[in-house]
Every structure is written in structure tokens, then in C-alpha cells.
Design a protein around this ligand. Sequence first.
Ligand code: NOJ
Length: 724
Amino acid sequence: MSATSQSPDLAALLSAMTLEEKLGQLSFYVARFASAGAQGANPLDAMRGEGDRLDAIRAGRVTGLFNLYGVTALRDLQRVAVEESRLKIPLLFAADVIHGFRTIFPIALAEAAAFDPALAEATARMAAEEAAAHGLHWTFAPACDLARDARWGRYEESSGEDVYLLCRLTEARVRGFQGRDLVLAPGHILATAKHFAAYGAAEAGRDYNLAEISRATLHDHYLPSFRAALAAGAATVMSAFQTVDGIPATANPYLLTTVLRGQWGFDGVVVSDFASDHELIDHGFAENRADAARLALNAGLDMNMESGLFMEQGPALLAAGAITMAQIDQAVMRVLRIKERAGLFADPYRHLHESDAIGLAARARSLSAEAARKAPVLIKNRTGLLPLPSVPLRVALTGPFARDTAHLNGPWSWFADESPGISLYDGLKDRLPAGSDLIAPEPGDDPAAQMAAMKRADVIILALGETSHHSGESRSRADITLPAGQLDLARQAHATGKPVVALIRCGRPLDLSALDPLADAILITWFLGPETGPAVADLLTGKAAPSGKLPASFPRAAGQVPLYYNHQMTGRPVPEGGDDQYKSRYIDLPPGPLYPFGFGLSYTEFAYGKPMLDSESLAWDGELRISATVTNDGARAGEEIVQLYIRDRVGSRVRPVRELKGFQRIKLRPRESVTVRFTLTRADLAFYRADDRIEAEPGLFDLWIGPHSAGGLAAHFTLEAPAA
Ligand code: NOJ
């Protein structure tokens, strides 16, 4: 099948279209399902059954389908579109390729802990290759959502609480999915910057709940990642479910038109989230389906996902003058252009020729293993318990995830390869020093036997945390502690007097305050994917060293959230070590986190020299070069993520106490020193000022280079005013 055609003149194509065909290009539907998980999240609504779908495709009433994959099935559908429909416009095939497709990589939050944009680009690139090999053209990723509330279920899909880190990762992922060419090279897929905007600001951490944030916070923290994704070329944007400032994001003219089109010049496609346009009625924002279609189109939405509202309501709205043909034409043109970008007019069977997935799986799996070694974060290592000594050891591995293979991947793994990943037990069994004994009581074993095994051990490893079902869409939790049974197990382990290592599987920053005193070492392992067992074993045994840093503050209690390091200063800050009354504090807890943003240990120590600045002042249009020497003071090689923070001392809006403005991952041999260099310009200091302009303000700045958001040595500089 080689229906290769020339790129059509899109304007001519548009002018040849009937209204129904135009509205068809704006109508995107969920397809047959890959799994019950996908079905649960995306119930069939507008179109039911195979027959309906084929007829609709033939009639030009469908622009594409999502969450169906496989060359054979998709080629049959494409054939109907390009051989049996009047205008032969190819279909777009999309899916939620979130952290891998057939091969799963660590969840986005885990990948963020690696502070490694090159890694994020590589995993997205590999996911794109796998998805393309199975017939897809478009992914609903990357998530550009900033998260500050650990209760929110989709924290796992975010890249944490920091806007700078999030920007570097989202742009890298867009480049990974799409490549750098305007027309995508084979093996690449279109990316979606989602969920526009402020989806992660859901009040009380409850998914789909309102985002009640100021315009300054919106621009300073929630929007930059979208802009970064678009600057990297993202072809599409998905509107969010919730309201921003009382107006649903899917029908929000400020977001979809003023900012996205007007200020940023975006000319790609805005697709709704799953029936989020129809939900305008449930919000009490639209009276009925016609009203919902009108409000969404007028606000700047181009494409319905599943609701079919434009197709259903468009003709009457047009006849009534509530919408215009020019608006429809503009949206259709945007859709045709992304089909052209996807290479579909040149070859509608692109990605649908015989699968070239051969050999991909092995490459993808080794990348997954690399990512799984880089993402874990060692937050505690009392008396250097880890790495385990290279002598025969008796190890008791216990807890709900010791032998588990069902919860390695985490949420959004609907399309994962069916072969099970490697459990902690299987990973460790082959990697402990020769002569070691690994005892892993089965879940449900007699508690007395479990206790006996722990007592006999040289070291106890507890595999604790959350299941895949505890995070993800609509998986918000009010309680973010470990379950009582897990804490009981930790207490028993602690009571043996043996050293205790806790491995924490999670999709959010958990409240670990009850566990903390019971464990000598804590390794946050997130959801790492199929290579969990070997990766964690390599880290525990010292074959690899932990190098991740927390992309999110770990709270002392859910009562502290939203909790993030880059908060504004209050008029009543708590003095260092102080306990004064009438300060911004709790009477029952310190105000700060249990473990701060950016924190993570290695198996060696890094010493930081004082930041050196090439000047004490930064000219308005100039550059400031900053460097610091970092030395590996220990006897083992290690990787460190060196972080640059600033604070704008005085602003027309109160500035955060610290803001990350740079990071570098460096690798140091024992005793090696490296000079790490950063450059700052005025653009790095800009914020949404009191005059509603995004611009820096002259004045004094603090600066730190250090190992995390609560450390580092300080320096200062002044941003000079522009020359008059
Ligand atoms: C709803 C989710 O919010 C979105 O992220 C996803 O892409 C769609 N469902 C389609 O599965």
C-alpha cells in the first residue's frame, strides 16, 4: 500500500470542503480501547461501535482517533479515510504516550528528580519511536503542569514544584517527541502541551477542582512551561478541565486567545481535554450544548475531544450568527497544518507501513534502566549504611512491594509491554555479594516468621509506599501518609535493632515523618518502570550511586500543603531556629518541609566553594558570569546536581524567598574539583510586576550556588537600571 501523494494546497483544500467536512476536521474521538484503564478514563460517548465509526470516517466527519494502536488496525481506518472519503484527508492517530509507550520509563516526577533534560529528551524520543512504530502520529504529552499540592493525584505526571526545572524538562520532551524539524521526521510524533492552564493548581489538591490563583502567579509559575514547550515547537495544546479565575480553561478567552495566540503567537491546534467542552454545562458556565460549543469556539478552542459539539451545534450556531465561518476556517486550517507537519499529506500511511519496531525494545529497555538508576533520591543515609558492604550479607527484604511486579510502572502505562518488569526481589537476588542470603517473606506470611527473618538479618530492607492506583488522574488523596500496616512493619523492623533501609515507591511527595525516625536510610524510588529491581539493587549495592534530587518538597504533614520552597516572604517570617509567637508558623510543626526541594545525597560528599561573580553588577542588557568550585571530598565517584538560586530583595510584587535559575549535573572522581559556570541575564530575573509587565526590576539580588534549595553559599549582585 503506497498511496504517496503530493502535499496539497491547503487553502484550495479548505475551499473545497463542505461545512460538515470542515466540522469533521474539528472532531476527534476516542477509539477502541487498549485496556480497561484507558476505557475507565475515557468512556465512549459520542460514537459507539465500529460501524458508526467507519461511516463517519467515510463521510469526512472525523479528524482522528486516539488510544488505539497497531499498524494493521490503524491502516484499515486510514484506508477508509484516504480512499473512500470525498476529500481523502488523512486521519490523525493519537495516544496518551506519557512516560513511555510499550517500554515504560520512570514517571515524569521521577525523571524530574534526575534534573537531566538530555535524559528527558531521550526517553521522549524513544517513546515517540515506539509509538510511531505502532502507527501513531500524536501524543498527549508532555504535561506542563506545575504541582504544589501533594494531595493532587497527577503530581506524578508533573515535574514537581519548580518552574525553571519544569521549563527545561518540557522543552526537552517536546524536542524528544517531535525532533527539531518543522515537518516531523519519521519516528517522531506531534506533542501536546497540556493541560492549559493551571490544572495543577486544583484547590485542596482535588482533581478537576478550581484553580484560584492570581494573574501574577499564573504568569510567573504556571504559564512559563507552556511557553517553553511552544518555543520548542509543540504543535498542539490541550485545554484543562478546571476553571481559572472562575472561567473554565476550555472556554477561557484570556488563556486561549489573549495569551496563547496574542501574546505568544501560537498557530497550532488547541484541543479540548476529554469532553471538557461539554463540561462547561456541568460547571454552570454554559446553559446547554449549543452554548458550550459557542463559548468554546469563541474563546479559541479548535478541536473537540469526544464531545462532537462543533459537529452537532456548528450549523445552527452559524446560521444564527453566533459563530462565523471565518472562525471555523481558521480552526480547520490549523488542523490541516498539523496534519501536514505530521507528514500525512505526503504519505497518509506514514507510520503505518510494516512495523519497524524490531530492535527497538532492547534499546528502549536499556534507556529505561539508565533512567531508573538516575531518578531515585537518597534522602537519608545515617552512618553511611548505604551502599551495603561488599561482603556476604543476610538481607531481609519485606513489605508490600518486595516481590511485586504489578506496581512497577505507575499510572499511564496502558500500552505497556505485557512482559512483567523485574521486582526488587529479583533485582537484588542476583546482585548481592556472593554468599549472601536474601530472605523475602511472602505477603501474608506468618508475622512471627517475618519477625524472625528480620531478627536474623544483617540488614532489613522495607519496600513501602503507594500502589499505581494511588496516583494518576482522579487519584487525589487527603491522607498522604504511609498506610498503618506499613508503619507497623517499620516499627517492628526498627525494634530489632538491625539497620533498616526504606525504599519508597510513590507518585507524590509523601508525608514520611512517621517513618523517618524508624529508618536509617531512605531511598525514594518513585515508579521506575520495568527495570526497578536491577536499578534499585545497583544503587543499594553501590554498583551505581544515587544522584537524584527531590523535584518537590517532602512535607511533614498534609496540613502544610501546598508546600513549595519558592514561596513569598511574609511580613512575619520565622527567625532561623526561632520559636517566637506571632510569626508565620504552626504551633504544632515547624513551617518548613521534612526534606527540601533539590535535596538528595550521594555516596560521597561534595564541598562547595563560594560563588565567584565576574562583576558585582549586571548591566540591563548585559550578562553576569558566575562560577563555583565543587569538589568531591570522598573516596567514591559521584554525580552532583549543582543548583543556582537567586532572590530579588525588593520587588513591586513580593518576590519568592528563592528561585532556581540554573542547574548542572556533574560527575566527579574522588578528590576531583570542577568549576561550574552559569550565566544570568535580565530575562532570568523577570517577573509579573505590579504594572502587569513581565520584566525585571533593577536592584539588589542574592545568589546561592549549592546542593539544594535550603543550602549553598551566598553572593550578591545588582541589576543596573537601563541607560536613560
Ligand atoms: C483526560 C486527561 O486529563 C488527559 O490528560 C488525557 O490526555 C485525556 N483524558 C485522554 O486520555
